[in-house]
Design a protein around this ligand. Sequence first.
Ligand code: HEC
Ligand code: HEC
Length: 296
Amino acid sequence: MNALMIKGLLFAAILIGATIYVVNSMNIDLSDPINMIAMIGAVAIAVLTVGVSIKYINQMKTDTAGGELADESWDGIGEYKNEVPSGWAYSWLGTAIWAMWYMISGYPVNAFSQIGQWNEEVKAYNTKFEEMHKTADAATLRQMGESIFLVQCAPCHGTTGDGLSGKAQDFTSRMTEAQVLAVIEKGSNQLGYPMGAMPPMMATGQDAKDIAKYIAGGMKGEQPASFAACASCHGADGKGMAGMSPNLTGYDETLVGNVVKNGKKGALGRMPAYHDRMTPVQVKALSAYIQTLKGE
Ligand code: HEC
Ligand code: HEC
């Protein structure tokens, strides 16, 4: 027996020993025939691995390559012009055909998918939900809105909607002076109103401060003359011309719907976009509920 054979047998013994150790430590019942067959298979794989390795190692030691050498030689290393082995060629062709089938008509393009099924079920359920609550009365909507709010919005906006000390929008009033000033200075273009973006610097200096104070105060008392700069788009009463621009006195359905859909990044921080995860009825419910939070 040569040294290679001894090393091989030793390696096989280690593999088999390790297999037995793992099987024992996992408390696998070998009186179960399936487990026993698997065990025999594992031992056979270990023996085969070692046997095949020894065969090729020996071959590498003694074999010399045959065939016709190509003309090129790279630093003394040549290349044989042998035929591609037919088994390899057929496997390659088979794989190419299979890949084509897989891309064009196989899984997953046309096949069942759990995500697809989930989306379809959610869509069907949402349609049913929308249909069922199409004519929901105000009280039902507010109640529904409260439930959604407590789960989806309260973590940031607070259970009472007070915005957790300035961490998110405080729904018990409209905007703070600082928030309005920030919009006047930087403009606004993320709420998705038909009018589009609001340009920056629509007012400056003391005018801006007066306007901000007036809006933050709920637009009560005497209107500063400089508010005229805003009235052209937001209306003289600040209620936002027929949904074209935001209502500066409250949270109407358009505003809540747009913000929930698109998200918003403003003076307070970032509000995530819900895209289409909220159905129209749910948005209506949320805005009905949010409107009850603003103390008049
Ligand atoms: C050219 C039209 C236009 C003018 C003038 C204008 N706005 Fe706007 N404003 C808009 C539009 C449109 C939006 C919504 C933009 C968006 O999609 O974010 C907006 C948004 C706002 C918002 C943000 C509301 C929110 O809930 O985030 C505030 C506050 C605001 N405007 C205040 C003002 C004030 C104060 C003035 C006057 C100094 C003013 N606007 C002048 C068109 C205008
Ligand atoms: C991850 C925290 C977070 C969650 C969750 C969240 N919001 Fe907000 N929301 C914010 C922040 C922060 C702002 C203020 C953005 C700014 O600085 O203008 C805000 C602002 C708003 C505004 C006011 C926008 C304006 O310009 O007047 C509305 C309306 C709103 N959120 C509705 C909701 C609703 C409805 C939900 C639940 C479906 C919700 N938010 C969930 C963080 C959040």
